[in-house]
Design a protein around this ligand. Structure first.
Ligand code: SAM
Length: 310
C-alpha cells in the first residue's frame, strides 16, 4: 500500500504508454520528493500530457485535464474499463503485422484513418511508431508526425512493453475517483478548493506552433496570475537555465515562490560528447515545499563489501 502523501521517495518510476514533448519521466522522483501535500483533496493536473506525474503520485482523488482530446479519451476509456490491455495487445499485434508487411505506406494509412476517426487505438499506434515519439498536430488539427521508418517496429517484445505499461496504469486507476476533462486550463482551475493540490506543466512559451501546444507570453502571464490566487498549494515545472539562456519568465512572473532545481544532461545527436545541460525548476507555493527526499540508492555488492571492511 502506497502512502498517498507527498513528499514521497519513488523507487521505480511508473512509465506511461503515451510519450509526448516535455515528458517529466526523468523529473518524477525530484517532483514527488519536493512537494508537501497531505493528499486530502484532489490532485489537479490541468496540463496532463503523458500522465507520468499523475501515475506516480497515484492520488485517491484527481481532476485530470488536457486540451488534447486524444490523450484524455484514451485514459478515460481505460479508467472506465471500455478498453483493456488485452484489446490493445490484439490490436497492436494485428496492425503491427500489417505495418511489417506493407511498410511505411501502412503507417500513413493509419494516420489518415486516425485523422478522420480519432480512434484511441490508432493514437497509441501512431504515438509509438512515429518519429521520436512526439505528438504534433497541424493548424487543421491533423496529426502530422512522420513514420519512424522501422517497419518491424511492433515486434513482440515492444508490444509486451506497451501492454505492460497499459496494465500498470489500468491497475493504478482501479478504485480511484478521477475526473477527466478535455479543455482549457482556465476552466479546470475554476472550482479548486483549499485541500486540493495543483501541478502545472504548461508548454514552453513560443516554442511550438503545434495545434494543441500553442503557448504565448500572455497565456503564461495569465497562468501566473491565476495560480498565485489559488486557495490551495501548487507547483509549477519550468526550465530555468541552459548553456545559452536563463528563463527570465521565472523572475518576471513567479517571484516569491520556493524554488527547487534539478540539473540534467541530454544528448544532442548520437555522439556521447554532444551533451547539453539543462537546469529545471520546480516553483512551489511557500508552505508546500518539502525538504527534498532522495530515493535510496541500491547498494551494489562490491560497495557493500567495501563498507563492511572499512
Ligand atoms: C509540457 S506538456 C505536459 C507534460 C506532462 N507533465 C508530462 O510529463 O508528460 C503540456 C501539455 O499541455 C497541454 N496544453 C497546451 N495548451 C493547453 C491549454 N490551453 N489548456 C490545457 N492544456 C493545454 C498540451 O496538450 C500538453 O499535453
Amino acid at each position: 500500500m502506497i502512502d498517498k502523501n507527498l513528499p514521497r521517495a519513488v523507487k521505480q518510476v511508473v512509465i506511461p504508454p503515451i510519450k509526448c514533448q516535455g515528458i517529466k519521466t526523468k523529473l518524477v522522483k525530484f517532483i514527488l520528493g519536493s512537494i508537501c501535500w497531505d493528499g486530502r483533496g484532489r490532485w489537479i493536473e490541468p496540463f496532463l500530457g503523458s500522465g507520468v506525474v499523475l501515475f506516480n503520485v497515484q492520488p485517491q482523488r484527481a481532476l485530470i485535464n488536457d486540451i488534447n482530446p486524444y490523450i484524455i479519451q484514451l485514459y478515460q476509456m481505460l479508467y472506465n474499463r471500455n478498453l483493456s490491455p488485452e484489446q490493445v495487445r490484439k490490436y497492436l499485434t494485428a496492425e503491427g503485422k500489417k505495418l511489417f508487411l506493407k511498410g511505411e505506406e501502412y503507417y500513413y494509412l493509419v494516420r489518415e484513418r486516425f485523422n478522420k476517426s480519432g480512434d484511441p487505438l490508432d493514437f497509441i499506434f501512431l504515438n509509438r511508431s512515429c518519429f521520436n515519439g512526439i505528438i504534433r498536430f497541424n493548424s487543421k488539427g491533423e496529426f502530422n508526425v512522420p513514420f519512424c521508418r522501422k517497419p518491424d517496429r511492433f515486434r513482440p517484445a515492444y508490444i509486451t512493453k506497451i501492454v505492460n505499461q497499459i496494465s500498470q496504469i489500468y491497475k493504478i486507476m482501479q478504485g480511484k475517483q478521477w475526473e477527466f476533462r478535455i479543455g482549457d486550463w482556465r476552466e479546470c482551475l475554476q472550482d479548486v478548493t483549499a485541500d486540493d493540490f495543483v501541478y502545472l506543466d504548461p508548454p514552453y512559451i513560443g516554442r511550438h506552433t503545434d495545434y494543441y501546444q500553442q503557448w504565448s507570453e500572455n497565456d503564461a502571464a495569465e497562468l501566473a496570475r491565476v495560480a498565485q490566487n489559488l486557495p490551495c498549494g501548487f507547483a509549477l515545472s519550468m526550465w530555468k537555465e541552459n548553456k545559452y539562456r536563463c528563463n527570465q519568465h521565472i523572475a518576471n512572473y513567479w517571484g516569491g515562490l520556493a524554488e527547487r532545481t534539478f540539473h540534467h544532461f541530454y544528448h544532442v545527436g548520437s555522439t556521447e560528447n554532444l551533451r547539453n545541460s539543462m537546469e529545471e525548476a520546480l516553483l512551489i507555493k511557500p508552505g508546500y515545499e518539502a525538504v527534498f527526499i532522495e530515493t535510496p540508492r541500491r547498494v551494489k555488492p562490491a560497495q557493500l563489501v567495501l563498507t563492511l571492511h572499512g
